[in-house]
Ligand binder design. Structure first.
Ligand code: ATP
Length: 483
């Protein structure tokens, strides 16, 4: 299967089976925004729940849920008003707008090489010098002077790069003037920093401890693309771990390992994960790595682990006048803690989990005349803990009271899980429908059930069937869901 096909197939399955729809589709959609359908919302909730349990069901991490709108000074202190910008260039002819670095990345290898060689010759620069010259958005007009616009194809039409702030602005209260501007948060982390003292006191926490939060974030991305990968509204799962600065190396390694393990534990194939170490660091960071997943379009960050030093607490101390520091009773030291941040996208992880799970397999098929052949089954190998529907219950045939038994089993399982009941069509087709939406267990009531209360449980990945007593189904499934 070609790599590009996979994204298309997943996007189409996601729509067909109710995982993800385009936002406001009947109006032609809204760029960079997506809606989660009945199966999608279940799976997204499962991802968030799995993360929440992993991160907060421990002694030293507390959860919060801060407001999306925050005091505008927060974003001055954090550096977002000044620095949260992308360099953007416009085509003077067709008015299309591009992010400078992404435009360069999108050039064919041949065109990029030619551009570089021509510039090197003209400016008499060596390889290193030309690289930093090209990377600097201030030189964009010169760099792009021979490049074609990907939209209209014209040559040398690009403007100089301008900084474009990615925060969405709105007004609080009825008066739309500059003193009432607020921003939709571009990350959840700041809601954690400003609550550092509150949580420390209320939770009676001592260092090291962390604060975790899941919530929406908004970025007015210039180019949204690749389905859920880069959207304008998305959800983050962030944890800020406050430590004594002398322990930063140790905790950075600890959280890096914890977070990789979390993805693997929930089914992401190890060979599809990569750790990218940043050599260019953000203004606040001392060390940074990305956990990357190999998407069909290439490697992409799904989570960042950052040593943010004391940057944020120091800045909020400066801007708010409140001392965000820590007093160690034992050593009598007073200091501003360092922060190790784990910052994952819930929606971007959702896309990674979905793509990671997608498969088309050749399986044996028995035809109605008894002959054998093969057919393709589309299956989502989603880890049972994240699967939107945990089990489907079928009566083999709609007689002899099998439907009643199947309904009773469904009701019983629904006390704990999301379960689907289906009595239409051949059992083989019912299996296929469930495979396609990742249901890990299909339970069939058959004639043997009538004699000994056992049912068949068919496992999605191996397609093997075992007999289980109907009263043991809840514990059978519970055990399989535990990671
Ligand atoms: P990128 O370089 O891809 O824009 P970033 O380095 O700006 O990402 P962070 O600010 O570190 O990302 O955000 C942490 C996480 O939030 C990312 O790993 C990603 O999973 C998620 N995320 C960030 N921006 C978006 C977006 N526009 N759409 C979906 N998820 C996003």
């Amino acid at each position: 299967m070609a790599k590009t096909d996979i994204t298309e197939k997943v996007v189409s399955l996601a729509k067909r089976r109710g995982f993800v729809f385009q936002s406001s589709e009947i109006y032609g959609g809204l760029n960079g925004c997506w809606d989660y359908g009945p199966l999608g919302v279940e799976m997204l909730n499962n991802i968030k729940q799995a993360w929440w349990k992993e991160m907060t069901y421990r002694e030293n991490v507390e959860g919060i849920d801060a407001a999306i709108l925050m005091h505008p000074r927060v974003w001055e202190a954090s550096g977002h008003v000044e620095n949260f910008t992308d360099p953007m260039v416009d085509c003077r002819e067709c008015k299309a707008r591009f992010r400078y670095d992404i435009l360069l990345e999108g050039m064919s290898e041949k065109a990029a090489k030619k551009m570089k060689e021509d510039l090197k010759k003209e400016l008499n620069f060596d390889d290193d010098k030309i690289k930093s010259f090209i990377d600097d958005p201030d030189n964009s007009e010169k760099v792009l002077s021979t490049v074609n616009c990907p939209n209209c194809g014209r040559n040398g039409t690009f403007t100089k790069a301008r900084s474009f702030n990615l925060m969405f602005k709105t007004y609080i209260g009825p008066v739309e003037d500059s003193s009432n501007i607020v921003f939709l948060r571009p990350e959840t982390a700041q809601g954690i920093y400003v609550n550092f003292l509150n949580v420390k006191e209320a939770g009676r926490q001592k260092l090291p401890f962390g604060i975790a939060q899941i919530g929406k974030a908004f970025r007015n991305e210039i180019n949204t693309k690749n389905f859920l990968f880069r959207t304008r509204e998305f959800e983050q799962m962030e944890m800020q771990f406050f430590i004594n600065p002398k322990d930063d190396g140790e905790w950075f390694e600890y959280w890096k390992e914890q977070r990789i393990n979390w993805f693997v534990k929930h089914g992401i194939k190890k060979e599809k994960l990569n750790i990218h170490v940043h050599d260019k660091l953000a203004h606040y960071a001392k060390a940074a790595v990305d956990i990357e997943y190999e998407f069909p379009f290439g490697w992409g960050e799904i989570e960042g682990i950052h040593n943010r030093t004391d940057f944020d607490l120091k800045r909020h101390t400066e801007y708010s006048g409140k001392k965000l520091e820590y007093f160690d009773d034992q050593t009598k030291e007073r200091f501003i803690p360092y922060v190790i941040e784990t910052s994952a996208g819930a929606s971007r992880s959702f896309m990674a989990f979905l793509i990671n799970a997608y498969d088309e397999e050749q399986v044996a098929k028995e035809n109605s005349d008894g002959s054998k052949s093969t057919e393709v089954r589309t299956v989502l190998h989603i880890h049972p803990s994240l699967a939107p529907v945990k089990a489907a219950v079928f009566p083999l045939v709609n007689r002899d009271g099998m439907q009643d038994i199947a309904h009773n089993i469904t009701e019983d399982l629904r006390k704990n899980f999301r379960v689907f009941y289906d009595d239409s069509g051949a059992v083989g087709r019912r299996y296929r429908r469930q495979d396609e939406c990742g249901t890990p267990y299909c339970i069939t009531v058959d004639s043997e059930t009538l004699t000994n209360d056992s049912v068949t449980v068919r496992e999605r990945d191996s397609m093997e069937q075992v007999r289980v007593h109907k009263d043991k189904l809840t514990s059978y499934i519970t055990e399989k869901l535990t990671v």
